[in-house]
Design a protein around this ligand. Structure first.
Ligand code: NI
Length: 172
């Protein structure tokens, strides 16, 4: 496995709509493995392929707590097939918007249909943090980052700070 570079806002790639994966083959699985390693190293609980500059509809998640065993989820071509009327608000962050957080309201539960690591069709009910996380990652596949839900003023302020921090940091 290999750790990949994560791109940050305002990289225009993050506004790209990713295209579906045609076939779940070893090349796709290799990228999923690398994405998972990259996500764990960051550390984060979700990562979309576009965040490592690949415009394909693939995400990895793991919302297990530190005390639990890792529970990685690989979702290819995910689609929300149902969402609850009940809504939840979490303070969200994003590996492409380092060190900035904001409250985002989303459906509290969703059903998601997707192809798994072996290319099998699955449909799962997701709730709590996992529901928020999967919706945040599916947004990435549609070119949406959580700061897009904030006022333009707030968003631009965050983007400027991330840009400055990225410019000032020395990558060794
Ligand atoms: Ni994100």
């Amino acid at each position: 496995m290999a750790k990949l570079d994560i791109i940050n806002v305002p990289d225009p790639l993050l506004k790209t709509k990713s295209t579906p994966v045609d076939k779940v083959d070893d090349q796709v699985r290799k990228l999923l493995d690398d994405m998972l390693e990259t996500m764990y190293a960051a550390p984060g609980i979700g990562l979309a392929a576009i965040q490592v500059a690949v415009a394909k509809r693939m995400i990895v998640l793991d919302t297990s707590t530190e005390e639990e065993e890792n529970e990685p989820l690989f979702l290819i071509n995910p689609e929300v097939t149902w969402e609850s009327e009940e809504r939840n608000t979490y303070s969200e962050g994003c590996l492409s918007v380092p060190e900035h957080y904001a409250d985002v309201e989303r459906p509290a539960a969703v059903r998601v249909q997707y192809l798994d690591y072996n290319g099998q069709m699955q449909e799962d009910l997701m709730e709590g943090l996992t529901a928020t996380c999967v919706q945040h990652e599916i947004d990435h596949l549609n070119g949406v980052v959580f700061i897009d839900y904030l006022s333009r003023l707030k968003r631009n302020m965050i983007i400027k700070k991330v840009q400055k921090a990225t410019k000032d940091s020395v990558i060794l």
